[in-house]
Write a protein that binds this ligand. Structure first.
Ligand code: SAM
Length: 277
C-alpha cells in the first residue's frame, strides 16, 4: 500500500493560525518536506512536533521528487509544507503533486492559511468570482504586457508583490485599471497588519509617503461590465443627482455610475457642473 502525500498549510504570520488537523498530520507523518528547514524547525518546535525534515525548495525539487516518490510508493506518509501558507501556491509543490497523481498516490490537502484568500476577503471587492495571478513579471515591459492582457478581465484579480516593487506595480495598474478600486493587504495576520483601499493613484500617494515594508497582496476590482445601452446624459444626470441627494460625494457617485455603465468616471463627474471657460 502506498502512503499519502499531505499538503499542509502553515501560518502566514500569526502562529495561532494552524489547524488541529495540521498538527496531527505533521506529528503522524513519516517525513516532513519543508521549503526552509530552519524556519520550519522553529514552527515544529513551537508545535511540539519532533520530526525529521527534508529540505524541499525551488532549486532541489527535481532531485527531491525522485527521492520522495519511492518513499510514498513504499508506504511512507509525507507532509509537505512551505515557508508560509499553502504549499504549491507561489511555492514549491505543484510538480510533486502532479507526479504523485501520475504514480497513483493519494494526495490530501490539509487546508489553512493562504495570503491570497486573507487579502481577498478583507478587500471589500467581489469575492464571488476571482482569479489569482501570483507575482507579476519583474521587468517593466513584461509586467505591462501582463496587465494589458488583464485590462478587460471581469473577475476580481489577486497579485502577490514584493515591497520594493509595489509602487511600480501600482503605477502600471493605474495605467491599465484606471480609477478602479484596489485593496492592498500588508503583513496580514501579523502585528502591523493593515488593509489599504483606494484607487491606484491614492495608494501610490500613500506609499510615496510611507515606505512599503513587509509582505503585500494587491487585490484589484475586475473590469466593469459594459451596459448594453449607454444611457444619455439626461438619464445619467438624473441618476447622479439621486445619488448626491442620498449623501454620496460627487466623486464616489461618478465612480459608481462609471462602473455601472462602463463609462469614464470623469465624464459623469462633470455632468451638471458649469462648463469651464
Ligand atoms: N504559499 C503562500 C500562500 O499560500 O499565501 C505564498 C508564498 S509566496 C512565495 C509569498 C508571498 O505571499 C509574499 O511575497 C506576499 O506577496 C504574500 N504573503 C505571504 N504572507 C503574507 C502576509 N502575511 N501578508 C501579506 N502578504 C503575504
Amino acid at each position: 500500500m502506498s502512503g499519502s502525500l499531505y499538503l499542509v498549510a502553515t501560518p502566514i504570520g500569526n502562529l495561532e493560525d494552524i489547524t488541529l488537523r495540521a498538527v496531527r498530520v505533521l506529528r503522524e507523518a513519516d517525513l516532513v518536506a519543508a521549503e526552509d528547514t530552519r524556519k520550519s524547525a522553529q514552527l515544529l518546535n513551537h508545535l511540539g512536533v519532533k520530526k525529521p525534515l527534508l529540505s524541499y525548495y525551488q532549486h532541489n525539487q527535481k532531485k527531491r521528487d525522485a527521492q520522495i516518490l519511492p518513499l510514498l510508493q513504499a508506504g511512507k506518509n509525507v507532509a509537505l509544507i512551505s515557508d508560509a501558507g499553502t504549499p504549491a501556491i507561489s511555492d514549491p509543490g505543484g510538480e510533486l503533486v502532479t507526479q504523485a497523481i501520475q504514480a497513483g498516490i493519494t494526495v490530501i490537502a490539509v487546508p489553512g492559511p493562504s495570503a491570497l484568500l486573507a487579502a481577498l476577503v478583507t478587500s471589500g471587492l467581489d469575492a464571488g468570482r476571482f482569479c489569482f495571478e501570483g507575482f507579476l513579471p519583474r521587468t517593466k515591459s513584461a509586467r505591462r504586457k501582463a496587465l494589458a492582457a488583464l485590462a478587460e478581465e471581469p473577475r476580481t484579480m489577486i497579485f502577490y508583490e514584493a515591497p520594493h516593487r509595489i509602487l511600480q506595480a501600482l503605477e502600471d495598474m493605474r495605467e491599465f485599471f484606471g480609477e478602479r478600486r484596489l485593496s492592498v493587504g500588508r503583513e496580514l495576520t501579523k502585528r502591523f497588519e493593515e488593509t489599504l483601499r483606494g484607487t491606484a493613484e491614492e495608494l501610490i500617494t500613500h506609499f510615496r509617503a510611507h515606505e512599503p515594508r513587509g509582505e503585500f497582496v494587491i487585490v484589484a476590482a475586475g473590469a466593469p461590465q459594459k451596459a448594453f445601452f449607454a444611457p444619455d446624459d439626461g438619464v445619467l444626470s438624473d441618476e447622479l443627482r439621486e445619488l448626491l441627494q442620498n449623501g454620496l460625494a460627487r466623486r464616489e457617485a461618478a465612480r459608481l455610475l462609471g462602473e455601472k455603465y462602463g463609462l469614464p468616471g470623469k465624464k459623469i463627474y462633470a455632468l451638471g457642473l458649469p462648463k469651464e471657460e
